[in-house]
Every structure is written in C-alpha cells, then in structure tokens.
Design a binder for this molecule. Structure first.
Ligand SMILES: [Ca+2]
Ligand SMILES: [Ca+2]
Length: 341
C-alpha cells in the first residue's frame, strides 16, 4: 500500500500520454505496441520513403518542443538511414491518437470492428501490458487474474479478446477479491479491474487473508469463549464464525494461524462448523454441509464424542502434527476463535 501511495505521489500529478510505438510499418493502424510517454512528450507519426521507394511509418512519442517546431522538415534526409526521405511528421493530442496521421487512415470506426484491447498472456499489473490487438466484431476486451501463476504477494494478469459469452464464462470462473475480472467493450478498456463489491474493510481488527485467488475477510479473537458465545461475538460484530468450505480457504486459515505468533491457539481455535442436529453431520454456520473431501480434518477426526462428552463443535487444533488441522471437541471449551464477514 505504501509503495502504491508513493507511485501516486510521484506520477499522479503529471498526465503522461500513452501512444503507439512501432517503426517501419506500412500503416500506423497496424501497430500493436504501446508505451507511456514522458511528461513533456506527445504521440507522433512520421512518414518516410525508403531508397527502394516504399512508403513507411514510424509511430512513437516525441518531445513537445520538437512537435512545436515541426513543419519545415519535409524533404530532409532522415537521420535513421541516410537514404530515407522524411515526407511528413505530425504530433497529435490524446492517448493512442497516433494510430493515424500523415494522411494514413486510422482504425475503422468502432461500429465496423471489435474493440481495440490489451492482449498479454501474463503481466505483473492490470496496466502493465503493452501489446494491443483489434478484436473481431462480437468480441469484448477481457482482463483477469491467472490463479495458477499468482501468489500472495504478486498477482499475474491476462488480457485478451473474447466473444461475449466466453468473456462472461471466464469471468465467473476467475473471481478474485483483489481484482474482479473485467469484460468491457470500449477501446483499451481492459487495463483495470472491474469494480469490487466485496472489499474487506480492515478497520477495527478485521484483516484480509488471501492466496491470490481466494480471500477471507476475518478477525482473530484471542479472548477465550465457548463456541456459542464466540459465535454471538462474531454476529454482534457484523459477521459469523469463519466458514472454510473449500480447500483453499482451509489452507489459508492454517497458514495464517501458523504464522501468527500472537495467536493463543495451542488448545484450539473455534471455526464455524457444528454438529447442529447431533446426527454426526457437521454443518457450517451458513447451513451448508461440511464436505469431507473439501475439509481439513486431522487424522481420526471427527470422532464425534470422547470420554462421555459429545464433540459437536469444530476447531483448528494448534497441537496437530500438521498445525491447525481440524478436530471436533466439546462446545463448552473456552478458546480463541476466528470471525468472518
Ligand atoms: Ca454429536
Ligand atoms: Ca474429536
């Protein structure tokens, strides 16, 4: 977060244009690489004739001062190759404006083509892709986080064209708490995540646990309460005991509990599963069943009762050989607990 604020501080006050950057192309609208210009630069197009008689274009950023002095350069020898003759050089205002210029036709009107979209297999930020492609009609721009390439500290993003139905299907498969997948139809719209509806408000001790693709918004309580009182405390705080209803969530909770040196979890930490109906069928507090294959029970657990006590409530046990796997235990035990909202 601090580095992000620093970036805003350093770059936030000067608008830098983003422009196409290619050389030796036969039409500016064929360029598929973009770059961010300096603060004192604009997008530009240069047309020149080679010794072989070919008319080619360079598109790039150009210093604003140089842009202002353009006009008397035609017919001069180009510095890039002694035999090239520059026939036109123009600057323009606005992001990506140099897809046309020097008489060259730009991109077709939006209605006659698909959107121009960023297209990178893997980029380190939503705005870190510098390759673009013109999509076919009926396609949209897509941006999403690739879970298998992402880690807790570094998300990896993919951008591309997709037909509308596929865009929506891929989006629903790649929900990410930090970056919601974005399907959008405007030119170059897929360099930002879609707006989040489920951000974790981290005031008052709440924190976000994530593995990059799965996220929990939790609050760890070190004061000891029995399972029912712990649940009441969570509900009073706008949440409930934590639901770990898939393997990713279970592993995130296990990892975070193990890493938290302040956590008093040796005797166990209550989580939101209970044998509510006393029929040896654990349910989460949201009333969904605890599916054994998706759970993280320790060896021999749940064993439902022990020494005459029903064991109806689930905890992550700090004494487990694999720390913080789950046990069922006596609900009246007073333990630490994890709330979720
Ligand atoms: Ca029972
Ligand atoms: Ca047990």
């Amino acid at each position: 977060m601090i580095s992000y604020l620093l970036l805003i501080f350093v770059f936030g006050f000067a608008h830098c244009e983003r422009c196409f950057e290619c050389s030796g192309i036969d039409n500016p609208n064929n360029c598929t690489t973009i770059k961010t210009c300096g603060a004192e630069e604009k997008c530009s197009v240069k047309q020149y004739v080679t010794a072989q008689g070919n008319i080619l274009y360079d598109v790039d950023c150009l210093a604003t001062l140089t842009c202002q002095s353009l006009g008397n350069i035609f017919g001069k020898r180009d510095a890039r190759a002694a035999t090239d003759v520059t026939t036109c050089e123009e600057c323009c205002d606005g992001d990506f404006c140099n897809h046309q210029g020097c008489g060259a036709t730009g991109l077709a009107p939006v209605g006659d083509r698909g959107p121009l979209c960023f297209a990178c297999d893997s980029a380190t930020g939503p705005d870190a892709c510098n390759q673009v492609v013109t999509c076919a009609k009926g396609e949209e721009c897509l941006l999403y986080v690739i879970p298998e390439l992402s880690g807790p500290s570094q998300l990896v993003y993919r951008s591309m064209c997709e037909p509308t139905a596929a865009c929506s299907a891929i989006s629903s498969l790649h929900h990410n708490a930090i970056c919601a997948p974005n399907c959008c139809i405007d030119d170059l719209c897929n360099n930002q995540c879609a707006s989040q509806t489920t951000a974790c408000d981290t005031a008052n001790g709440w924190q976000q646990w994530t593995d990059g693709s799965t996220t929990l918004c939790v609050k760890v309580h070190n004061e000891h309460q029995n399972w029912e009182d712990a649940r009441k405390t969570c509900i009073a705080d706008g949440g409930d005991l934590v639901v770990l209803d898939n393997v990713d969530k279970a592993l995130i909770a296990r990892r975070e509990a193990t890493a938290d040196s302040t956590l008093d979890g040796q005797s166990g930490i209550w989580i939101g599963a209970k044998d509510f109906n006393d029929n040896n069928q654990f349910l989460w507090v949201d009333n969904t069943p605890v599916v054994v294959a998706n759970g993280d029970w320790d060896n021999g657990q749940p064993n439902y009762h022990d020494g005459g006590h029903e064991q109806d409530c689930a905890l992550m046990w700090g004494g487990s050989p694999t720390h913080f796997q789950w046990h069922d235990d006596w609900c009246e035990k007073r333990l630490s607990f994890i709330c979720e909202k």
